[in-house]
Design a protein around this ligand. Structure first.
Ligand SMILES: NC(=O)C1=CN([C@@H]2O[C@H](COP(=O)(O)OP(=O)(O)OC[C@H]3O[C@@H](n4cnc5c(N)ncnc54)[C@H](OP(=O)(O)O)[C@@H]3O)[C@@H](O)[C@H]2O)C=CC1
Ligand SMILES: O=C([O-])C1=[NH+]CCC1
Length: 335
């Protein structure tokens, strides 16, 4: 084997595709996956480290149209936060279709950005195009990437952040104060963040609901609420559910999951039935796949709530890694 080409996190940042190029590539990829069915991708393997909430996840995919296949290995270690380490650490290996290893690269920024772009694509397809208020539940890496991505596609007047640890929401709001021309603020409760919000993103590592609908009246939710309930979400709103990607974890209450006027869209219908605690535990039936609604626009009743369950797919990582590799090649041939 020739010398291994490895892109560290800084090189990935330098070679990263511009937002709109990335958005278009992922849109094509999701359509290719769901409609053309030309991408080969098993449901990923998730190993749980005994007696912890930590997961070791292996995610392979083959994307013949781009002449590549690859695998992301990602470790989701929520307790790393206390050690001031990233909670999602991983690496992507990219191969040609002949089997040669083209390169490997750090997966942190790719995971952050490709996930937010998929929520942004779902929001563009499903939310009110004139959405003005975004609520973000959580204040970690995904909260930041979701604010960055969604604010490029919508003309928000206000973005509200609620987080279990309020000081982290305040820090995020300070860091992102100049991202766009909207009021970016911290909310005291999930209910006040979501009140009248057009789009809601849940981006937490919460594993279990701690509070149920009957415990509280809407608008009086305590700061310990970790999940989203029906009363939080207004009719016509769109929700991106980004955390909770294992059968034992939840972000959304049963009352919302089982609501009559809810339309559930998943990035992958095979995976949602095996990985989403919100779907498995509530017994809710997912309706559509993201690639389908991107290709065949969904006509929706203005009072319906749409919910995109964003699990994350290997093909999104492989295609992003390929864009980075192509940028590297084009710079190498120029020099
Ligand atoms: N769909 C996909 O493709 C991807 C999904 N994810 C998932 O998205 C979620 C967020 O990831 P990321 O932003 O990178 O993680 P971070 O570790 O950066 O942030 C985690 C966030 O979750 C909050 N949180 C943790 N536990 C709880 C709880 N019990 N109740 C309420 N809030 C809680 C944290 O709050 P606090 O500040 O108080 O600790 C923090 O805001 C995770 O579940 C992750 O696995 C991640 C990557 C891709
Ligand atoms: O798709 C992904 O990379 C992940 N989904 C949940 C944790 C990491």
């Amino acid at each position: 084997m020739s010398k291994l080409l490895h892109f560290c996190a800084e090189e990935v940042t330098r070679l990263f595709p511009p937002f709109l190029v990335h958005l278009e590539a992922l849109k094509e990829t999701m359509i290719e996956y769901s409609v053309k069915e030309s991408i080969v991708q098993p449901v990923r393997q998730q190993l749980t480290v005994p007696n912890t909430a930590d997961r070791f996840i292996s995610m392979p995919a083959c994307v013949p149209s781009r002449g590549v296949m690859g695998i992301k290995v990602i470790c989701a270690v929520p307790s790393n936060k206390e050690k001031c380490l990233p909670t999602h650490l991983g690496c992507i290996q990219l191969y040609g279709l002949t089997g040669e290893l083209l390169c490997q690269m750090d997966a942190e920024e790719i995971t952050a950005k490709r996930t937010a772009i998929c929520s942004a694509l779902a929001s563009k397809a499903l939310a009110n195009p004139d959405s003005k208020i975004l609520a973000v539940i959580g204040a970690g890496v995904q909260a930041e990437s979701h604010i960055q991505a969604l604010s490029q596609l919508f003309n928000f007047s206000e973005i509200r952040v609620w987080n279990r640890t309020k000081s982290r929401a305040e820090k995020l709001v300070r860091e992102l104060h100049d991202v766009g021309n909207f009021n970016l603020c911290v909310s005291d409760t999930v209910g006040s963040a979501c009140s009248d919000a057009d789009i809601v993103c849940t981006v937490t590592s919460s594993s279990e609901p701690v509070l149920f609908k009957d415990h509280v009246k809407p608008g009086q939710l305590s700061y310990r609420v970790t999940v989203l309930f029906k009363d939080h979400v207004k009719p016509g709103a769109h929700v991106n559910v980004v955390g909770a990607s294992s059968p034992t974890t939840r972000e959304v209450g049963d009352d919302l999951m089982l609501s009559d006027n809810l339309v559930i869209v998943a990035d992958c219908l095979n995976a949602i039935k095996l990985e989403s605690g919100d779907v498995i535990q509530s017994g809710a039936a997912p309706h559509h796949e993201l690639g389908h609604v991107l290709h065949f626009p969904l006509s929706r009743d203005p009072d319906q709530i749409t919910l995109f369950k964003n699990l994350g797919l290997a093909c999104q990582d492989v295609v992003t890694a390929h864009l980075i590799y192509k940028q590297y090649l084009s710079e190498s041939t120029r020099s």
